[in-house]
Write a protein that binds this ligand. Structure first.
Ligand code: SAM
Length: 396
């Protein structure tokens, strides 16, 4: 149903203010030409010390912030009009979905169906991957009864948090037109380079399918035993037609394109192979969490002053080389038309390898000073980063 935006948002507001029936509301996406402060806002009623409050979880794409306020202190109309494009309100007897479009005003979808209102305020962060999901049991993260195995908890958390960052980026890229809207005929293509036991590969496949995004996923790993095991799992899960595994070197994979490139802990310069593959195959989104870094450790021999005061300590030299490696990687991505950021994707208690390089293809031409910064830095340390080598980036 089409209606005007003001009417639709008034209806959304009424449903949210019907506190006795509200289950949750989510605001996300961006209206054309508007920039809301948060990537997403989740609202739901909670009971705190016998008082019903509204819990607001704001997300900036990196982390969530939770506050509980009285309904009268919530500037609801202001939030509704702050530039979001999608509104979902779930209530005890159904849901209302509003999508604001440039062409059609507000597209409103109303669905019926009973939903439970849960008022506990400390509900665990909702999981993207339910531990009972058969794929988690098949890949060995959950046991046969659907409990996460204690020895696999860290990997489970890494994959969850990886997806938590990837999913909104994919949705935003689709909304912004950077990625073609996936369909059965033209699914979103994802490649996971250095996939190993394919925890992330399967997770991405299952999660995107669960939210209605058609995907075709490929996992690449040099190891034939990984390929055989992962293909057998895909067969058992009945998803072999949309997920494939190949035993190939990342640099020489027979796959020739992908919309989204993932690499979780691809060893040392395998991360550079993954980044180089993504750049030279015009990937639109790159999500790479590097692993061990030996490339610059090997190359840094003479420490330029005054950096001696850091690098004379072996441990600090190692960490400095890791930071330099990932800084060079992000800078090189910037130089070849990506907006690149280095972020923490999971807490350090899950893995010390918890940095992620997240890059979106913008085709922006780098300024002269950004290129000079790269050159100066490489000259100062007298190094040629593996990624520069693979992409044929000149020292001068
Ligand atoms: C540390 S494991 C990570 C596996 C998986 N991504 C995960 O997070 O569980 C790194 C994987 O990369 C694979 N690998 C390393 N170098 C590779 C290369 N050049 N080409 C293909 N696979 C590679 C290894 O065989 C290994 O399975």
């Amino acid at each position: 149903m089409n209606t005007d935006v003001a009417t639709a948002l008034r209806d959304v507001q009424k449903l949210i203010e019907d506190f006795d029936n509200l289950v949750r509301a989510v605001f996300s996406g961006e209206r054309r030409g508007m920039k809301p402060r948060y990537t997403r806002i989740d609202l739901r009623p909670v009971k705190v010390k016998n008082q019903i409050l509204i819990q607001i979880v704001t997300s900036d794409g990196k982390q969530d912030t939770t506050t509980n306020v009285l309904l009268e202190n919530l500037a609801l109309a202001e939030l509704l009009n702050s530039g979001y494009a999608n509104f979902l309100v779930e209530h005890r007897s159904g849901s209302m979905n509003v999508r604001v479009t440039k062409k059609h005003g507000a597209l409103v979808q109303i669905m019926e169906g009973e939903k439970e209102q849960i008022l506990t305020h400390d509900r665990a962060k909702s999981r993207l991957l339910g531990p009972h999901d058969p794929f988690l049991i098949e890949v060995g993260i959950s046991d046969a009864s659907g409990q996460i195995k204690p020895t696999r908890r860290d990997k489970y958390r890494q994959v969850e948090e990886f997806l938590r960052l990837l999913a909104p980026a994919v949705k935003n890229a689709i909304e912004a037109g950077h990625l073609a809207r996936p369909s059965e005929e033209r699914p979103l293509s994802i490649i996971d380079l250095g996939c190993g036991s394919a925890y992330l590969t399967f997770a991405a496949h299952q999660y995107f399918r669960s939210i209605g995004i058609s995907v075709e996923v490929v996992g690449i790993d040099i190891r034939e035993d990984s390929r055989a095991r992962n293909c057998a799992i895909a067969e058992r899960l009945g998803i072999r037609s949309t997920i494939d595994f190949r035993a190939e070197e990342i640099a020489n994979t027979s796959i020739n394109s992908a919309d989204v490139v993932l690499a979780l802990h691809a060893c040392d310069t395998a991360t550079d192979d993954a980044l180089a593959w993504a750049v030279s195959h015009d990937a639109k989104l790159i999500f790479v969490a590097p692993c061990c870094h030996h490339d610059l450790q090997r190359q840094i021999i003479d420490i330029p002053d005054p950096w001696q005061i850091v690098a004379r300590h072996g441990l600090m030299k190692e960490r400095l080389a890791d930071l330099l490696t990932d800084s060079f990687r992000a800078q090189i991505l910037k130089m070849v038309g990506y907006r690149a950021e280095v972020i923490e994707f999971v807490g350090g208690e899950s893995t010390p390898r918890n940095l992620m390089i997240r890059a979106v293809k913008t085709r922006a031409v780098p300024s002269k000073s950004e290129v000079e910064r790269y050159t100066e830095m490489a000259k100062l340390w007298n190094v040629k980063p593996a990624l520069a080598d693979r992409l044929g980036i000149k020292d001068k």
